[in-house]
Design a protein around this ligand. Structure first.
Ligand code: HAM
Length: 404
């Protein structure tokens, strides 16, 4: 027997219903915020992710599904959606339409070769939004509000954590400061952190090692060293969140695992799904369009992890729906089809092709959760009628097939 690969999952029946429910709910809300659908390829040139997500990130360094294709191109299954959307934005020359705003939503599979565990898959699905051309912090707020709306519509509780990652003006001096601090306590930091001091010192801040965390309590905090513009924006964001009654906590160690962020960074976490608790994450990435050879364009976005949210979503009870059609004699089966096509204009219809006794048809209707069981028996076939039972109201009646 051939099984699915480790860390990859099939979704069927109730699970796939939940998946579709999450996606359609998110799409409905994204459309209300002015987003339109974008579809980009799953396979991209590897250098796209190296340049955007960043050489020093775990995603690029350890987790890429990368290979040489038959034409000797170095390609990679996308580990996330933002890079492809930005590539597409630049390729379509939308970056040249400087006074316009573009808002895109997408959903689909992402691939990261991580160690599979609860809540962590190698193929998982994201729903994401990317907003281009709006540099105002009002847009950061609006995106956070939109994610809150999605979780509210899905009936999910969350904690929102926010931070500012500064800009090219305040980040470099802070980085130097942090490197000096980290170098001084180098011997006490874990191996990973030691490696990161040179490659990506900011990532040291979210090391999960307890000893490292206890040392980092005294590290310099970027939030206290922001330039005026970043500081004003961050304060404005917190004011807007407060006035909208959106609870948040400032997490000065929230750095995100992707290198393209500046200014606002945020994560939505749930304490109901174990250690892989992030259900959505995002932030501002004002430099990324430029990194990918476009004209400077401010941008902000997020993605939510559909499988993690599936753990939290309760589906509304499904009520009986539509029609089950059956016949008791083989010669009557043909006459079910015109009735089915007429009904399918408005309802869900299941047709049973085998001739069966009434009791078997009632069982069949029950199995497909139909509201009505409609059967053509010997008398009905002769009279051109059909017997119908409403399985909710428990009423039965016989009507002309022409009036069905
Ligand atoms: P991310 O934080 O890497 O951000 O991923 C977003 C969400 O995807 C996470 O919060 C989590 O729910 C889910 N996720 C990530 N890895 C896995 C995994 N291995 N298994 C299951 N779920 C997972 C991004 O990907 C950015 N592109 C978000 C963004 C969009 N920033 C700006 N625009």
């Amino acid at each position: 027997m051939i099984n699915a690969l480790r860390g990859m999952k099939d979704l069927t029946f109730e699970e796939s219903e939940r998946f579709v429910h999450i996606v359609t709910t998110a799409i409905g809300i994204a459309k209300k915020y002015g987003y339109s659908y974008i579809e980009t390829p799953i396979l991209e040139e590897t250098k796209l992710f190296r340049r955007s997500v960043g050489e020093s990130s775990d995603i690029v360094g350890k987790e890429m599904y990368q290979f040489m294709d038959k034409g000797d191109n170095d390609v990679c299954m996308r580990p996330e959606g933002t890079a492809g959307v930005v590539r597409s934005f630049v390729q379509a020359k939308l970056d040249r339409r400087q006074n316009e705003k573009f808002k895109f939503y997408y959903y689909g599979p992402m691939f990261r070769y991580e160690r599979p565990q609860k809540g962590r898959l190698r193929e998982f699905h994201q729903f994401g939004c990317e907003s281009f051309g709006e540099g105002s912090v009002y847009e950061d707020f609006t995106i956070i509000e939109m994610i809150g709306d999605i979780f509210k519509a899905l009936g999910i509780g969350y904690k929102l954590q926010i931070n500012s990652l500064g800009c090219p003006k305040c980040m470099p001096p802070y980085r130097e400061n942090l490197i000096s601090f980290l170098t001084e306590c180098k011997d006490e930091l874990c191996e990973d952190c030691n490696r990161r001091i040179d490659t990506n010192p900011i990532r040291v801040l979210d090391c999960k090692n307890e000893k490292c965390q206890s040392l980092l309590v005294n590290s310099p905090k970027l939030i206290n060293n922001l330039c005026e513009s970043c500081d004003n924006d961050f304060n404005k964001l917190t004011t807007l969140l407060q006035s909208a009654n959106i609870d948040y906590e400032v997490d000065t160690n929230l750095v995100r695992g992707l290198d393209y962020y500046s200014k606002t960074a945020f994560e939505f976490v749930s304490d109901e799904i174990g250690s892989q608790s992030a259900i959505a994450g995002g932030g501002r990435y004002d430099k990324l369009v430029e990194f990918l050879d476009g004209k400077p364009t401010p941008a902000v976005g997020f993605a939510l992890g559909i499988e993690r949210i599936m753990e939290l979503v309760q589906m509304p009870e499904t009520s009986r729906e539509g029609y089950y059609l059956g016949a008791m004699d083989a010669e009557a089966v043909d006459s079910l089809f015109p009735l089915a096509s007429k009904k399918r204009a408005t309802d869900k219809v299941t047709v049973e092709y085998g001739a069966k006794k009434l009791k078997a048809h009632l069982k069949g209707a029950d199995k497909v959760n139909a509201r009505y069981c409609a059967v053509i028996g010997e008398d009905e076939f002769r009279d051109g009628t059909i017997w119908v039972k409403d399985l909710v109201e428990k009423e039965e009646f016989t009507i002309a097939q022409s009036e069905f």
